[in-house]
Design a protein around this ligand. Structure first.
Ligand code: SAM
Length: 235
């Protein structure tokens, strides 16, 4: 995938599995094999994926704590003709991860950016939620600060589209509590550990889901889907 001398290389945003290593496209595997460099959010995790598919290629880190400095180095490499695959620790790069900065800078520098599509946790969680999928908003992570989080949920309380949130395991119950107290007892769905051994989907009212997860031992990764405000005002 080397480009002719003098031409910049391409930045590929390669989607990788969100759990099950089989969830990767043939094209993604080919690109990961052929690029000059793979910039990974978590080199250890990406290393496991590459090993599973017998791909040996150069890996470097690109994550939240080095992204400003590293983006500059990666841009120089692209400009000198190298092709780079950018991968997140799971799923689609650019969705709640540091890829955005690299994409923005590459576009500013006139570098070709290509998407190699694949899994993203919120799409899988939404389509199995049983809540309306025709119109939705992806909110990503709410603030870890209680006041800010509550304020944002209040701002979203009139939203009619289905609401989608990412949440870390240790804040999950707090967020459920805030959603319930601010939005009321709406229909919701929680997808846990999608595509993994302990995959689980809990659907019901927010109060039922909260009760269930309070009693269960909480572990793993979660996507929270909440019904938008209903026209008839009912929950
Ligand atoms: N780029 C990723 C994507 O395309 O979905 C998202 C990265 S974000 C840093 C990580 C969050 O995604 C987790 O906190 C969780 O909310 C969600 N997530 C990722 N993998 C998941 C899985 N297998 N099951 C449920 N949620 C998952």
């Amino acid at each position: 995938m080397n480009t002719a001398l003098g031409n910049p290389g391409t930045l590929y945003l390669v989607s990788t599995p969100i759990g099950n290593l089989e969830d990767i496209t043939l094209r993604a595997l080919r690109v990961l094999k052929e690029v000059n460099l793979i910039a990974a959010e978590d080199t250890r995790k990406t290393g496991i994926l590459l090993k599973n598919y017998s791909i040996s290629n150069q890996l470097t880190s690109y994550h939240d704590f080095n992204k400003e400095k590293k983006a500059y180095t990666l841009l120089q490499s692209l400009k000198s003709g190298n092709s780079i695959a950018l991968v997140s620790d799971a799923g689609t790069p650019g969705i709640s991860d540091p890829a955005f900065l690299m994409v923005k800078l590459a576009i500013q520098e006139g570098i070709r950016v290509e998407s190699i599509p694949g899994p993203t946790a919120f799409v899988s969680a939404l389509i199995i939620s049983g809540l309306p999928t025709d119109k939705f908003i992806f909110e990503g992570f709410l603030s870890p600060k209680s006041g800010k989080r509550k304020k944002r949920i209040l701002e979203l309380s009139e939203e009619k589209r289905t609401l989608i949130f990412y949440e870390s395991p240790h804040r999950f119950l707090e967020t459920l509590e805030d959603l319930l107290s601010i939005l009321g007892d709406r229909k919701a769905s929680v997808a846990r550990e999608l595509t993994k051994k302990f995959e689980e989907v809990k659907r019901g009212k927010l109060s039922e889901i909260k009760e269930y997860f309070e009693a269960a031992k909480i572990r793993g990764e979660f996507v929270l889907i909440v019904e938008g405000k209903r026209e008839d005002g009912k929950t």
